[in-house]
Design a protein around this ligand. Structure first.
Ligand SMILES: C[S@@+](CC[C@H](N)C(=O)[O-])C[C@H]1O[C@@H](n2cnc3c(N)ncnc32)[C@H](O)[C@@H]1O
Length: 377
């Protein structure tokens, strides 16, 4: 199996606990081995498994609350919610390689490879604390045709059907920013009113990943819906825009890991957060950093975006470097210990489609606080 993971974690700046610095070691990681050769695609061995309670103790969180994750992908949101203190009872995902990534990183997770349209939740998932997911984005993406609810790939209504069946204590679903466009006002309202009929109070929010330590321009639409008593105790997480490092600061060690003499100079010029990473579709050819406009933004960052590199530049490299999958994962806020399985095209799609773990962790922590406050009343 091919996996992509960063090798040498950089020294992160000190940040509040609720924010991960991309590249920072995953505090709940079950692994001890750090791989060996810089930039190589390695399968790490010698993993150790810590109990969830131990991992949570390290984070000073209470792992009291359970969750179900649908359309789990590479596990960006699942990882962040785990860090916030949720215990995943099950994760549902259609794609083979994404399921492999989830199982590879958390062999103890109950990963169910199935189509959400046909999956029947077992009775023991009823009343799970959090129903979470990142349903497919193309129906609402400005990069697509924005067919919304008319798009056969739209799984929002199916997700709400499952909420009705499972009756979780709360709901958290993310999607692309396009869902907040005025043309989808009625659709968002329809989702909220369905939830209101089930006695949830919900709100959509535009959430910028860079406000939570992710070095990337990544606005996302997030829906949180809770029972009234929990909603009274809920507030969206505090923003920390100062916590996002530049692309250069985030990647300088990886860019220089094969001895590239230009790494420091490149890093000094890559002095802003990254443009939005894209996952692309299965129809899309090989991996890249997006369409022409996105590639221009990457060029301004000193990065060539028409393909993805297998390894960082060598000592005598001249010109603009390309990103490796490991670098993309770090820009998406994955800790270096999280390994993405599959060949390059597939791995880049998983990474580009992910919800940044630090953002999921921040929102998940706010939900945990709301539940805890209600339970303490
Ligand atoms: C936006 S991505 C989710 C990203 C994920 N939440 C993360 O943070 O890494 C959407 C995911 O939905 C999955 N998916 C699409 N259609 C599906 C279906 N019918 N049933 C289950 N999963 C599906 C895709 O394979 C993809 O991994």
């Amino acid at each position: 199996m091919t996996t992509y993971a960063a090798i040498a974690p950089p020294a992160p700046p000190t940040l509040p606990l609720a924010i991960d610095s991309p590249g920072q070691a995953d505090p709940t990681s079950r692994k001890t081995s750090q791989g060996n050769t810089a930039g190589k695609h390695v399968v790490r061995t010698g993993r150790t498994h810590t109990s969830r309670a131990q991992g949570a103790t390290a984070l000073n969180k209470r792992p009291n609350y359970t969750s179900l994750e649908v359309c789990a992908g590479a596990g960006g949101q699942a990882l962040g919610l785990e860090q916030a203190g949720f215990e995943h009872l099950a994760l549902v995902e259609l794609e083979d390689w994404a399921c492999k990534t989830l199982r590879h990183n958390r062999s103890e997770w109950n990963v169910i490879q199935d189509d959400l349209n046909v999956w029947k939740p077992p009775a023991d998932l009823r009343n799970v604390d959090l129903f979470a997911g990142g349903v497919p984005c193309p129906p609402f993406s400005v990069a697509g045709r924005q067919l919304g609810s008319q798009d056969e790939r739209n799984l929002f209504d199916r997700a709400i059907d499952l909420v009705q069946e499972i009756q979780p204590r709360g709901v958290m679903i993310e999607n692309v920013r396009g869902l907040l466009d005025p043309k989808f006002d009625a659709y968002r309202e329809h989702i909220l009113s369905r939830l209101a009929c089930m006695e949830y109070v919900g709100e959509w929010r535009l959430v910028n990943a860079s406000d939570y330590g992710v070095p990337q321009l990544r606005p996302r639409a997030v829906l949180v819906a809770l029972r009234d008593e929990d909603w009274q105790n809920y507030s969206w997480p505090t923003k920390h825009p100062e916590s996002a490092r530049t692309v250069g600061e985030t990647l300088v060690d990886l860019m220089g890991s094969r001895g590239w003499r230009g790494a420091e100079a490149w890093a000094a010029s890559a002095n802003a957060i990254a443009p939005t990473l894209v996952g692309g579709s299965k129809k899309h050819g090989g991996p890249d950093l997006g369409p022409t406009r996105a590639r221009k933004a990457w060029a301004a960052m000193g990065v060539v975006g028409n393909t993805i590199a297998d390894e960082p530049p060598g000592p005598d490299f001249e010109g603009q470097p390309r990103l490796t999958p490991l670098m993309m994962a770090r820009l998406q806020g994955f800790p270096d210990s999280w390994e993405i399985t599959g060949r390059k095209t597939n791995a880049c799609r998983q990474i580009g489609n992910a919800f940044p773990p630090p953002v999921a962790r921040a929102i998940g922590s706010s939900i945990v606080e709301a539940f805890s406050a209600t339970d303490a009343q």
